[in-house]
Design a protein around this ligand. Structure first.
Ligand code: KIV
Length: 266
């Protein structure tokens, strides 16, 4: 499958909007999963700071460090042959001072080998976005529900301030962002933002009118423990598949069925 896939670039992702082609984005956090996701033909792989929750088992994304993001992003970037690899800048690596943000973004390019960074925020982050883009590093912006601001937002809630969303979307586009994640906003607002700007919007919990969609790897595969949010669609039930396989292995060891002759050396 992988040999027929096109190697994606940032300008190609931007052009997909005007060509009416949907962008497919999925998260990945390690080498084997990134290889599978890349070979399946997604356009971009996001090394999201959601890894704080789905890989590290933390209650939110706030404790994820830049070193941890680089550790995961390096594996993903090494695995990806076709997809653009984007890494999330974790809290608070782009909040303190814009040149520190440029330095932190640069570490992602130099040490992990990604092609873009993503950062949360609208109007309040335009200086940082502009500085990173001016240094030659593409930025994917992210507005609506911003998980790094979970405490400020009072939880993981749908964001309904349409005027603010539009203002933020225009601001990040003007600052040079090449794409924009819209997380957990009403369908009509997502359509209005998508129609209003020239860069592609990538929705998660933002309905079908966005220029593309992103999901978290563990959610898509049915690996997420407990309740999953309404916007998630699980395309597989790997929790059951993995549990069944481990139970079968355990039974076979206990009943002396595994290993047999075929799995043994003479
Ligand atoms: O961290 C992440 O995985 C994200 C996506 C859900 C957009 O930001």
């Amino acid at each position: 499958m992988s040999s027929s896939l096109q190697t994606r670039t940032i300008p190609q992702l931007v052009a997909m909007k005007s060509q009416g082609e949907k962008l497919v984005v999925l998260t990945a956090y390690d080498y084997p999963s990134a290889r599978l996701v890349d070979a399946a033909g997604v356009d971009a792989i996001l090394v999201g700071d959601s890894l704080g929750m789905v890989v590290q088992g933390k209650p939110n994304t706030l404790a994820v460090s830049l070193d941890q993001m680089i550790y995961h992003a390096e594996m993903v970037a090494r695995a990806a042959e076709h997809a653009v690899v984007v890494v999330d800048m974790p809290f608070p690596t782009f909040h303190l001072e814009k040149y520190r943000a440029v330095e932190n973004a640069a570490r992602c390019f130099q040490e992990a080998g990604v092609q873009a960074v993503k950062l949360e925020g609208g109007v309040e982050r335009v200086d940082v976005i502009r500085a990173i883009v001016d240094a030659g590093m593409p930025v994917m912006a992210h507005i609506g529900l911003m998980p790094q601001s979970v405490h400020k937002m009072g939880g993981y809630r749908v964001q309904r301030d349409r005027d603010r969303l539009l203002e933020d979307a225009h601001a990040v586009e003007a600052a040079g962002a090449f794409s924009l994640v819209l997380e957990c906003i009403p369908v009509d607002d997502a359509k209005e933002v998508t129609d209003a700007i020239g860069i592609p919007t990538i929705g998660i919990g933002a309905g079908p009118e966005c220029d593309g969609q992103v999901l978290v790897f563990h959610d898509l595969l049915g690996l997420t423990p407990g309740r999953v949010p309404r916007h998630v669609k699980a395309y597989a039930d790997l929790k059951t598949t993995i549990t069944d396989a481990v139970c079968q292995f355990s039974n076979e060891v206990r009943e002396n069925i595994f290993p047999n002759q075929d799995q043994s050396f003479q």
